[in-house]
Design a protein around this ligand. Structure first.
Ligand code: SAM
Length: 480
């Protein structure tokens, strides 16, 4: 990821960003940051970059020419027009989902204003996003740019040492983070809550969840109310647990955004993938939820697929949304809490042993093999993203890749493939077992989706004791 910051104060930006985690990530070449001095591009012989606003008014304005030429020099260098963010108190307020979204870009250009702002004409030509960091006015855009670069960088794979912390902390889910304590056990007469010293992970998780709910209610009532609405949906969804496991897990994992809920008709959007999930008991209710989905998609504008949970909605959705069916699947859910035994399948410590499968996260070296062997999702960028996020795992025999499996963005286990020459050696079972146990370690309910008629996968899931939904779900695709 490459950040290009257009500023009148390059030293300020570079000094601020060259320290700590972001500095280290730049050193490791996970990202690069450059500050480009707008003053270097002015055609004025006195190096002036500002002038009085037409029509009068307080202060000076940055002129169009130096700003445009600075931007153009970056665009010429990178060879395309990257998203260009103007930091302004008049923009959309910056949020964690926006940080995540911006982190998908290869390059980002930031434009830091000064004085009273910038000539409107150049903004019209180069800016793609207007972003504010809050409802207050600062003297310049440098601090806001640094805030954004920091938040976006943390979303770039590999920047945080502990990848999980990026998933569990405040704003990632629907709740603020629980309180945390470190040594000593007692400080200023205050003791660390006993439960945290108990060693009982289940109790600790329960306590943390309660504290997170309490804290969110106290400090962010808006977030708490949204959370409670989702909890209500959860109650409805649990009435057909197996069928709705994808939606249930979206809520449990803090990935769900509520689009519509009325009676038993619910529409959620997965915040990570943008995919919509729809369920309804009657076609009339179902239509209303689809209508809400359509309107929501018009605002958010970039979603291509959605999932239906009832047969009778297929035709209605196809007509209403001009959509086509992509796939019909059964949900396969691992309903037990205990991990599966791994004896004889793979080494838990990941070490090599003759003839024994070693399972470990895949790196991009294996992208070509993965895309050449896995065809259900024909999207190299998606597979690349899954590998980069650390959610694709390979099974190795004698250092050769024998098969792979992973977790989809919306949370189902899948992308399981055993290379032809390694079939019949329980490698699929080893991979599936690994994914189930890994999900349990992360506090997730492991589930996958088995395409109608895929007998090999059905048998594997049955062997491992997964339960199947009675009816199917339907993946639909369309340009919304
Ligand atoms: N006259 C401008 C207005 O009312 O919108 C404010 C200009 S401000 C004094 C100077 C520069 O600081 C802006 O061009 C912008 O780049 C930056 N800035 C100030 N407050 C900001 C905020 N809350 N978020 C993002 N950028 C901000």
């Amino acid at each position: 990821m490459r950040f290009h910051i257009m500023t009148l104060f390059p030293e300020m930006v570079m000094q601020g960003l060259n320290t700590s985690i972001i500095g280290r990530a730049a050193e490791k070449e996970l990202l690069s940051i450059e500050a480009v001095n707008i003053r270097d591009y002015t055609l004025d012989k006195h190096k002036k970059v500002d002038d009085y606003p037409y029509g009068g008014g307080a202060g000076m304005l940055m002129q169009a020419q130096p700003v445009y030429d600075t931007w153009k020099s970056i665009v010429d260098r990178v060879g395309y027009r990257p998203r260009t963010i103007y930091l302004t108190p008049q923009g959309t307020t910056f949020t964690q989902p926006m940080a995540k979204e911006f982190a998908k870009e290869k390059d980002l250009i930031f434009l830091c204003g000064h004085y009273e702002g910038i000539d409107e004409r150049v903004l019209e030509e180069i800016v793609t996003d207007y972003v504010s960091i809050g409802d207050y006015v600062l003297t310049g855009g440098e601090l806001p740019a640094m805030v954004m670069v920091d938040a976006i960088s943390r979303m770039v794979p590999g920047v945080l040492n502990n990848e999980i912390s990026g998933v569990t902390e405040s704003f990632e889910g629907d709740l603020l983070e629980y309180p945390q304590y470190s040594r000593p056990e007692e400080w200023h007469g205050k003791c660390v809550p006993e439960v945290l010293l108990s060693g009982n992970q289940k109790k600790i998780d329960g306590w943390r969840r309660e504290e997170a709910v309490r804290r969110t209610k106290e400090r962010r009532l808006d977030m708490y109310l949204r959370y409670m609405e989702l909890q209500e949906c959860l109650e409805h969804l649990k009435k057909q647990k197996l069928l709705h496991m994808d939606m249930i897990e979206l809520i449990n994992r803090g990935q769900a955004r509520l689009v519509y809920a009325k009676g038993t008709s619910i529409c959620l959007q997965d915040k990570a993938s943008g995919i919509y999930f729809h369920t309804a008991q009657t076609s009339e209710e179902g239509r209303s939820a689809l209508q809400a989905l359509c309107e929501d998609a018009k605002v958010n504008g970039e979603v291509e697929s959605f999932v239906l949970h009832q047969d009778f909605m297929r035709e209605i959705a196809a007509k209403m949304l001009d959509a086509k069916e992509l796939m019909s699947c059964y949900q396969a859910v691992y309903t037990k809490k205990e991990k599966l035994p791994i004896t004889g399948l793979y080494r838990l410590d990941g070490k090599k042993q003759d003839g024994v499968v070693k399972i470990c996260p895949l790196n991009l070296e294996y992208l070509d093999i993965v895309t050449a062997n896995y065809h259900t999702v024909d999207d190299t960028d998606y597979m690349k993203e899954r590998i980069e996020k650390g959610w694709m795992f390979g099974a190795f025999i004698e250092n050769e890749l024998a098969g792979f499996a992973g977790m989809h963005t919306e949370g189902s286990i899948g992308m399981l493939e055993v290379l032809p020459q390694y079939r019949g050696r329980h490698i699929g079972k080893a991979l599936e077992t690994y994914m189930i146990n890994l999900s349990l370690e992360h506090g997730m309910i492991p589930y996958g989706q088995v395409a109608d008629g895929n007998e090999v996968s059905t048998r594997l899931q049955e062997t491992l004791g997964l339960c199947f939904s009675k009816t199917m779900i339907y993946w639909m695709g369309k340009k919304l």
